[in-house]
Design a protein around this ligand. Structure first.
Ligand code: HEM
Length: 417
């Protein structure tokens, strides 16, 4: 439901960011884009009383993501005594500690050091080489439901596919994939709520313990999996230490699960909502890679990038930003920017996209983007090949959305074929 007529656009944006708005945030984004590229949010940030801003246009969002002279991801980089909290909800608990030591939450030079090391194992060429394994996983999942003529696309396909792929890459035994899935989902469900409930804390603990044991095992018996490679990588005499290795593995499993699952499930629903576009894909599968980019642009999994903080006073989009202010690049809005995309509110699977922001930009740009693209390509191609007459099995208005990690996703998607 569009609440944009009853409350101010700034209030409506807060609703979107906290999951309290309706299913379709795009009319709100459109209104805020018309107000300007940088919009002041009507609340101070955490205990610091600093101002928060959202960035709605693509050019300014790119600037925030790429300009390290003026923006950082870790508020501690502003100055040593900063008491600025990291998230909208101001978490200081164990969940934010897990996140705060992660690659996405640290600034240079530490970020560059870790990213250089992990990039040696996580190369685009390696991701491409995984195609046969991703294809096998997609086939196995659809084999299990093909004869039934119906499935819950979230539970049976979109959720297990990325978790099985990353678990397989890491050399997690198949019998443990379900455990990894349960923990990763438990953490995603519990994060961002302000406090960590005992269930989420338990998932964090169990997940960490399991990864630690796996690392011990891989040190004794290395093979061709990602964990063994991450243990061995070395750059100019530098290596990941034990804590960095565990934190990196947790992030890789966690960062790629919910996002890629949302790409597959929401992407399928968007295609079912646009039958003429779906027909184009069915008649020409070679369009699928460009359709994946368009789905990422049209309604990608991440509403915003992680918060950035101003390192100094500056002007952005006509607004005076003060040192320490929090800035949220609104990726879903930037990707509908009328100045960059013609008919930006329309889905066009043949669109030639120069760039979009669904994977972010700059030094923190998604490390797993090449893998997500391979997974998206294979997931949609396999689905359309094997289930060409796919249709929604419930009335459209009964489709059930959830809100996790500041983003919308589907809880279930019953389909028949
Ligand atoms: C469709 C799927 C995906 C989407 C939409 C997505 C989106 C993003 C975005 C927007 C960022 C940047 C956040 C920021 O700048 O604050 C990011 C960073 C990251 N993503 Fe992804 N992601 C996806 C899949 C994956 C996968 C499959 C993996 C790994 C297996 C992954 C691992 C990471 C990591 C490690 C970072 C942090 C990079 C850094 O800070 O240097 N992502 N992702």
């Amino acid at each position: 439901m569009d609440h944009s007529n009853q409350i101010s656009p700034e209030q409506a944006i807060l609703g979107v960011l906290s999951g309290k708005s309706g299913d379709d945030p795009f009319p709100i984004f459109k209104k805020t884009r018309a107000m300007g590229s940088v919009i002041r949010l009507p609340f101070p940030m955490g205990e610091s009383e600093k101002q928060a801003w959202i960035v709605t246009h693509l050019d300014e969002a790119m600037k925030v993501l790429k300009d390290q002279e003026h923006f950082c991801v870790d508020p501690k980089s502003i100055d040593k005594n900063s008491n600025i909290k990291k998230s909208l909800t101001g978490n200081t608990d164990s969940s934010s500690l897990f996140l705060s030591s992660s690659l996405n939450a640290i600034d240079e030079p530490d970020h560059k050091r870790l990213r250089t090391l992990v990039s040696k194992a996580f190369t685009p060429r390696y991701m491409e080489s995984l195609r046969p394994r991703v294809q096998k996983i997609a086939n196995e999942l659809l084999d299990q439901v093909q004869d039934r003529g119906e499935m819950d696309l979230v539970k049976d396909y979109a959720n297990p596919l990325p978790i099985n792929v990353i678990s397989d890459m890491m050399g997690v035994p198949k019998s443990d994939h379900a455990k990894i899935h349960k923990w990763s989902e438990g953490i995603a469900n519990g994060l961002g709520l302000g406090t960590v409930d005992p269930k989420t804390a338990q998932s964090l603990q169990d997940f960490g313990d399991y990864i630690k044991q796996l690392v011990v095992h891989k040190r004794k018996q290395p093979s061709d999996d990602l964990i063994s490679q991450l243990i061995l990588i070395e750059e100019a005499g530098d290596r990941l230490d034990e804590k960095e290795l565990i934190s990196m593995l947790q992030l890789l499993i966690f960062a790629g699960h919910e996002t890629t699952s949302t790409l597959i499930s929401t992407g399928t629903l968007i295609l079912l909502d646009h039958p003429e576009q779906l027909e184009k894909l069915k008649s020409d599968h070679s369009l699928i890679p460009s359709a994946v980019e368009e789905l990422l642009r049209f309604n990608g999994p991440s509403t915003t990038a992680g918060p950035r903080y101003a390192l100094k006073d500056l002007e952005l989009g006509g607004q005076q930003i003060k040192k320490g202010d929090m800035i949220l690049p609104l990726l879903k809005s930037a990707n509908r920017d009328e100045q960059h995309f013609s008919d930006s509110e329309d889905l066009d699977v043949t669109r030639k996209i120069k760039r979009h922001l669904a994977f972010g930009q700059g030094v923190h740009m998604c490390l797993g983007a090449p893998l997500a693209r391979v997974e998206g390509d294979i997931a949609f191609t396999t689905l359309l090949k094997r289930m060409p007459n796919l249709q929604l099995n419930i009335p459209r208005e009964n489709v059930n959305w959830h809100f996790k990690l500041a983003a919308q996703g589907l809880s279930t998607l019953p389909v028949s074929f």
